[in-house]
Write a protein that binds this ligand. Structure first.
Ligand code: SAH
Ligand code: SF4
Length: 393
């Protein structure tokens, strides 16, 4: 393979699944919900807990989709399950592989909607960037997803289903009886795909609980990072009910600029957001908060901004992730120069904070941060519309 390997794109022509009328999908149910569902099917209360344990393990530890393979259940019970339930995950429509190995999947969910999922391989690990909504109700002016009009919340099954689909594609389900392989291709999850996860709280929580469950996918809470634009009332709840790491799309150091970049700031401003963040590590007993900061030329990238940022976050255990702006067709901003980004990073670093500059991954396939937008959604707002709405025009 040459260094400039061609981009590959497979368009899957999967056979359309037969309609599974009346059957309930087990994927995405919490253990309690599965228990209720099994009891409704006729499983005795006494047996239900054990059955949940067995089925759970088949689905989430071994990646089994067919009840017939659940060999520790009786044939009659497997037939009952098959008559009542399905084990279904979103359908992969296409997969693109970037020259840097990043994979971008387009997946189709019920109703014909499509979302994107990105797998980023790294040395000794790999991160899956998961979507929580089709589009996003918020309209951050630098974000491609924010220009997508169509929005619906993903179900818990559609969220955890993205992880299962990626494990299918990576061939990463262990086989029963084989020793556990601790080096994982898919070792980390970031909720940084399409959508605002805290506007779909219950489904995101249930999906992450399933991903963290020790009898299944078994990812530690420290390997899951939820990124929010700043839905303040849900931040404490995230600590309590999910306990994962938190990243915040900060992006500006004055309310005036943040109002334009991240319009949710008009509802919960910088001060309110910082108050909520100060409580977060205490509540979840977790590590530092990641402040995401997109570098936009002439908008938020001055030395003064860097110094203001350091002052604002004083007292919060933090790491500042600088994201060079990823362009998309019609975007109203430019990426700051490398020199500017490094000068900015330097000020933050000297103040005692880690300030990594995120290397854009999968740019050639539009898989980098903020570039996601389903191919089915072709209607795009014009640059003028975006500028007018962001007040920057
Ligand atoms: N809605 C959530 C998570 C999805 S966005 C949030 O806003 O935090 C994931 C990250 O990518 C966010 O920090 C977002 O601000 C950033 N981002 C969006 N568009 C971008 C772009 N064009 N270039 C670089 N980063 C971008
Ligand atoms: Fe939505 Fe996040 Fe994009 Fe803002 S940056 S529009 S919150 S996905």
């Amino acid at each position: 393979m040459t260094a400039k390997a061609p981009i590959t794109q497979d368009v899957m022509t999967l056979p359309r699944k037969l309609p599974q009328e009346g059957k309930v999908n087990l994927v995405g149910m919490t253990r309690d919900q599965m228990r209720e569902a099994l009891i409704a099917m006729g499983t005795t209360e006494r047996q239900a807990k054990m059955r949940v344990g067995q089925i759970w393990q088949w689905i989430y530890q071994w990646g089994v989709r067919d009840f017939a393979e659940m060999t520790n259940l009786s044939k009659a019970y497997r037939a009952d399950l098959d008559a009542a339930f399905v084990i279904e995950i979103p359908e992969m429509v296409s997969r693109q592989v970037s020259e840097d190995g990043t994979r971008k999947y387009l997946v189709r969910i019920a109703g014909g909607h499509e979302v994107e999922v990105v797998y980023i391989p790294e040395e000794g690990r790999g991160t899956l960037c998961v979507s929580s909504q089709v589009g996003c109700t918020l309209t951050c002016s630098f974000c491609h997803t924010g220009t997508q009009k169509l929005v619906r919340n993903l179900t818990a099954g559609e969220i955890v289903g993205q992880i299962m689909m990626a494990r299918d594609d990576l061939g990463e389900w262990p086989k029963p009886g084989e020793p556990k392989d601790e080096t994982r291709l898919l070792s980390n999850i970031v909720l940084m795909g399409m959508g605002e996860p805290l506007y779909n709280f219950a489904n995101v929580r249930d999906a992450m609980k399933i991903a963290m469950d020790g009898e299944g996918i078994s990812l530690s809470r420290r390997r899951i990072t939820l990124s929010t634009s700043g839905v303040v009332p849900e931040i404490a709840r995230t600590a309590r009910e999910i306990g994962c790491l938190l990243a915040v799309s900060f992006h500006a150091t004055t309310d005036e600029v943040r109002d334009k970049l991240v319009p949710i700031n008009k509802r919960w401003n910088i001060e309110t957001l910082l108050d909520a963040l100060r409580e977060y590590p205490k509540a979840s007993n977790s590590e530092r908060i990641t402040f995401e900061y997109v570098m936009l030329e002439g908008v938020n990238d001055s030395d003064e901004d860097a110094r203001r940022l350091v002052k604002l976050i004083e007292g919060i255990p933090a790491k500042i992730n600088l994201i060079p702006f990823n362009e998309w067709p019609g975007a109203p901003y430019k990426r700051s120069s490398n020199n500017r980004i490094h000068a900015f990073a330097d000020i933050i670093y000297k103040a005692g904070y880690a300030s990594p500059i995120r290397t854009p991954r999968g740019e050639d396939i539009m898989a980098a941060c903020g570039q996601l937008k389903s191919a089915s959604e072709r209607q795009r707002k014009s640059r003028r519309q975006i500028e007018a709405e962001s007040g920057l025009g």
